[in-house]
Write a protein that binds this ligand. Structure first.
Ligand code: NAD
Length: 326
């Protein structure tokens, strides 16, 4: 994970010191990843217990990062906490925002960050759904803000969606891409802004149907999870939806898939889809079943188990790619 290439990318990005705004689920995971690649991290979060909470989350991430080849010895020495925003962002090379998912909060935050930062500091928002142009309205130079959207947990999931705005400076975007490559990620630049970006739009579309199937009593949440991990999860970890259906078309490839299974099957299924919402009854069902099927284990235990499985998948895929390059 931390090879000569990633060190060169990190060097090219010029990032040695980063501030993370918000040390929750995403902020702490980013912090673990950055620290494991030698980047000094300052965390800005008003929670008085934030240092203890972040340390627990980072401790949980360390085994997976070590397993993936990162040098985690002594990495906590480069971690510090600063509650004063102005002091927290002064003199750092990059700000990765991971605060509450509210437009009003993010707009005000970026105005204050810009006022306190150096001219060449990279500004990245982890937001799952709010495009940069919706967050940057109070900035002097709104084009400085870019989305750097990770998939949870950022210390393991390779993808980072980088979403510039129309006026983003290309040299700055190149530094952003270098930085994420430098910390072992696979950054993918989107061509246009769209709420939710790509991975979360896909996730939301699928989750809508997951909720429908549970709400209608077709399956429990446990059965649905097992169906996905034993089919789509494995399929999509190796080939994306388009390549999968190109193969699903047999020797006729995508053309045969479109005629045979697309027009003939998928279009008819689309006509049966219904909408859902997080109404009281459906929400209760999800929460009660999560407790019923997963409540015997703590979130920390479940996250450690998830990390072990995901590391195994990443390592297995790495071995195969090194053979066939695909
Ligand atoms: N959880 C996910 O799966 C996920 C995935 C990708 C992106 N994101 C995005 O990452 C961001 C953070 O999400 P999360 O799940 O880590 O949230 P979280 O609730 O776990 O953490 C948010 C943190 O922000 C802190 N905070 C509150 N007010 C603050 C302030 N004024 N200044 C600094 N910090 C403040 C809180 O104390 C908390 O520690 C959101 O924008 C979210 O959309 C989340």
């Amino acid at each position: 994970m931390q090879d000569q290439n990633s060190r060169e990318y990190l060097h090219a990005s010029g990032v040695q010191k980063a501030t993370i705004i918000g040390g929750g689920v995403i902020g702490a995971s980013w912090a673990a990843l950055f620290l494991a690649h030698g980047v000094a991290v300052i965390i800005n979060d008003p929670d008085p217990d934030i240092a203890d909470k972040v340390k627990v989350l980072i401790d949980g991430a360390v085994p997976a990062l070590s397993e993936l080849g990162c040098c985690t010895d002594g990495m906590m020495e480069k971690l510090s906490f600063e509650q004063d925003l102005t002091k927290a962002v002064a003199g750092v090379d990059l700000v990765q925002e991971c605060g509450p998912e509210r437009i009003d909060f993010k707009k005000d935050l970026w105005r204050r960050i810009e006022a306190a930062s150096a001219n060449n500091t990279l500004f990245l928002s982890s937001s799952s759904s709010i495009p940069a142009s919706a967050q940057s309205g109070s900035m002097q130079q709104p084009e400085r803000l870019v989305i750097g959207h990770p998939f949870n947990p950022p210390h393991l999931m390779p993808l980072v969606e980088v979403v510039p705005v129309a006026k983003s400076d290309r040299t700055m975007i190149a530094r952003v891409m270098d930085f994420y490559r430098g910390v072992g990620k696979v950054p993918l630049e989107l061509k246009k802004e769209i709420p939710g970006f790509v991975a979360n739009r896909l996730q939301a579309a699928i989750f809508r149907e997951c909720m429908y199937l549970v709400r209608e009593g077709i399956v429990s949440i446990r059965d649905l999870d097992d169906i996905v991990t034993n089919s789509l999860g494995i399929r999509w970890a190796s080939n994306g939806p388009f390549l999968s259906f190109h193969l699903g078309g047999g020797s006729g490839g995508m053309a045969h898939f479109v005629e045979h299974l697309g027009k003939g099957g998928m279009e008819q299924l689309w006509a049966t889809f219904e909408s859902v919402s997080f109404d009281f009854r459906t929400s209760r069902l999800l929460i009660d079943q999560a407790q019923q099927f997963y409540g015997d284990h703590s979130i920390v235990e479940l996250a450690e188990n998830r990390d072990r499985k995901q590391v195994a998948i990443l390592k297995a895929l790495d071995d195969v790619s090194s053979v066939d390059g695909a």
